[in-house]
Design a protein around this ligand. Sequence first.
Ligand code: NAD
Ligand code: MG
Length: 383
Amino acid sequence: MKNITLLGATGSIGKSTLSVVDQHPGQFNIFALSANTNWQAMLNLCQQYQPVYAVMTDEISAEKLKTALDNDTQVLSGEQALCDIASHQQTDYVMAAIVGAAGMSSALAAAEAGKRIMLANKESLVLAGDIFMDAVKNSGAQLIPVDSEHSAIFQCLQGGRSGLSKIQLTASGGPFLHTPLNELQSITPDEACAHPNWSMGRKISVDSATMMNKGLEVIEAFYLFNLVPEQIDVVMHPQSIVHSSVYYEDGSTLSQLGNPDMRSVISYAMAYPERISSGVEPLDLANNSPLEFYVPDLEKFACLRLAFEALKQGGNAMGTINAANEVAVDAFLNQAIGFLDIPHVIEQTLEQTNNTVLGDLDAVIANDQTARNIATKIVTKYA
Ligand code: NAD
Ligand code: MG
């Protein structure tokens, strides 16, 4: 029986993880759960799963949960409590599924404690890729991607990486793949969040619509698979059936395919190196044809271009674009700025930040804050 600490239990990945756990009750046990403010949803989860710990990052929500709960679950609050449950001696596996930079320190705590980290929070690697990968190496942690593209590549590389020439991430293009650039500014948050293939939280849905999600994934792949930027390619694939590919020197390409449902990815991370059922329907290729592939339009999807530029700049540039993106997406979701202002805010934040090397976690956090302050000022110009 493996004890799971599920960070971000009330989110989209959190729910899919619990769905896989439900299908294998003898194999996995929910040891600890976390959420930000939604204490009512957490109350239901605590009643169902009886975890030893429940962490509400928000203190007031933790108090409300404590008052409402009538079982033995210990309710904690704050960022340190997230790190404590992630590194707890009784935790075997950590699902890191908090959204945004807020998920970094707990994911890192799991890495430092040598756990199996099932990493959905790609922002951890974008912000602190070197520090994170060093922690994994030094502690002997097992890092398993919970992102469909990276899981695909991880699966393709199970036979080793001899002769690997490049990897290719697929990108659906989100809801606006075929929308002309001049129609994008007036897009509403609900239109941006209506992803054609994947059901996800609102932040990553907007990131998919701008293609910043793919940009963050390029950086995620750079660290996970120890590549140079020139070895990472992106191809548009609106059906989201081919989840990504690895190209080899001999002309061979290996791809991983499946229906777009994160339960396949999550169950693989939980059972690795075995495979278990996930509840996902088998793929019916004949009913999914034709499968289409296109070269991405970097003028229309400027966020993808900016992410490649930040990766090539290195140092703090990746953390800077991540912070600026979080500020800009939040402003867009609150209808303070338009859809096409998102890349403008990111680009201007990058221009207004000095390129430096981030040696430790304090420097990463300070850079994140500086970039947020700059981006917030830029947002007010567009608002
Ligand atoms: P979501 O918005 O549905 O859920 C986010 C979770 O994080 C919730 O449980 C919420 O309570 C918690 N949270 C939010 N802000 C927090 C804060 N400040 N402190 C602590 N907890 C906080 O998001 P999601 O779609 O499940 O995505 C989670 C992560 O997984 C993201 O990093 C995303 O990029 C990644 N991811 C998601 C998918 C997907 O299909 N949804 C696919 C690949 C990767
Ligand atoms: Mg992905």
